[in-house]
Design a protein around this ligand. Structure first.
Ligand code: ADP
Ligand code: MG
Length: 323
């Protein structure tokens, strides 16, 4: 079983940023409105994520570290209507098999918190506010080959930042605080008023993007697309602002990329590169996210329709009344 977890870890846990993604997604699934992140040693020493979500019952704590113990899917029919970010019950056991993991949690109706570790079998009482903290220490300590494969701290920190940015752009209503490298704490307060979303976008994508980007919103049947499109001078060493979300999930998809490239193809002035933050929502049964363990890929029921909608909407937004 331990080996099975390590093999699964090979798919789910590529690097520190993959751990951060899984932990933040779990916090979001638990209904957290505030998520606090501490990273030490570019994630090799410590990745700690605390949330104020619904917590885990002490009876379920050890279970959460065992394989395929998801609390989010109860029947195979639900697989076609996945509305949570997680559903495979693979992430925590996988991460626990390649690190020293501690899971501490308290539900509001419990008198105290409880914790379990990957190296101690028993569940022990601990002081913890309502919510959950997962600490992942010494990632890949037992997989020297994987450890050697990791890039420089700078590269891993870039991946961690990208992961945090994506998730922060996927949920404006969740507050984040993150200490990624020594000293600096990034604070992104929760925003519920859509008129103020630009504040978080400015923090993550830069003022230049917010100043220049155009807002678009289009709907076809039950498919809805909204967000911001713009461009950057290609010669400036700007970090990419290319975010695409489907039903709140960060997606890298061939069809989407093609649709956007086609839209920018005609509308992008020379020497500029595409910059966008776009949100597609469609009924859960029209898109399959259960394609790959990291869930970055999707399969559309009507790919042509989605492709057409995106290309048209982005093109329109980019070419409307130039001044
Ligand atoms: P999945 O997210 O696919 O269900 P995970 O391995 O990521 O599987 O997590 C296993 C289970 O542990 C979840 O189904 C959930 O019940 C519980 N869990 C994990 N993290 C949290 C959290 N931050 N708050 C509440 N429950 C959590
Ligand atoms: Mg999960």
């Amino acid at each position: 079983l331990h080996l099975a977890n390590q093999i699964a870890a090979g798919e789910v846990v590529e690097r520190p940023a993959s751990v951060l993604k899984e932990l933040i997604e779990n916090s979001i699934d638990a209904g957290a409105t505030q998520i606090d992140i501490t990273i030490e040693g570019a994630g090799n020493q410590l990745i700690k994520v605390s949330d104020n979500g619904n917590g885990i019952h002490p009876d379920d704590l050890a279970l959460a570290l065992s394989r395929h113990a998801t609390s989010k899917i109860h029947s195979s029919e639900q697989l076609s209507h996945i509305d949570s970010l997680g559903f495979r019950g693979e992430a925590l056991p996988s991460i626990a098999s390649v690190s020293r993991l501690t899971l501490a949690s308290k539900q509001p109706d419990q008198d105290c918190g409880w914790q379990v570790s990957s190296d101690v079998e028993t569940v022990e009482p601990t002081a913890h506010p309502d919510g959950t903290t997962v600490s992942v220490a010494e990632l890949f300590f037992n997989l020297p080959a994987r450890r050697r494969f990791l890039r420089s701290d700078k590269t891993e920190l870039n991946h961690l930042t990208t992961t945090l940015n994506r998730l922060a752009l996927s949920r404006f209503d969740v507050g984040f605080s993150a200490q990624l490298a020594d000293q600096t704490t990034l604070k992104l307060p929760a925003i519920t008023d859509p008129k103020l979303f630009y504040q978080r976008i400015a923090r993550i994508c830069g003022q230049a993007f917010v100043r220049q980007a155009r807002y678009l919103e289009q709907q076809f049947e039950a498919i809805h697309l909204h967000g911001w499109v713009g461009n950057f001078a290609a010669h400036r060493a700007q970090t990419d602002v290319q975010y695409f979300f489907i039903n709140g999930r960060v997606i890298k998809d061939r069809i989407i990329n093609h649709a956007i490239r086609q839209a920018y193809g005609d509308a992008l002035p020379a020497g500029r590169q595409a910059a966008y933050v776009l949100y597609l929502t469609l009924p859960l049964d029209r898109v399959d996210v259960n394609v790959h363990p990291t869930k970055h890929e999707v399969r559309f029921r009507d790919a042509r329709l989605v492709h057409g909608l995106i290309t048209r909407a982005v093109q329109e937004a980019l070419t409307q009344d130039e001044h």
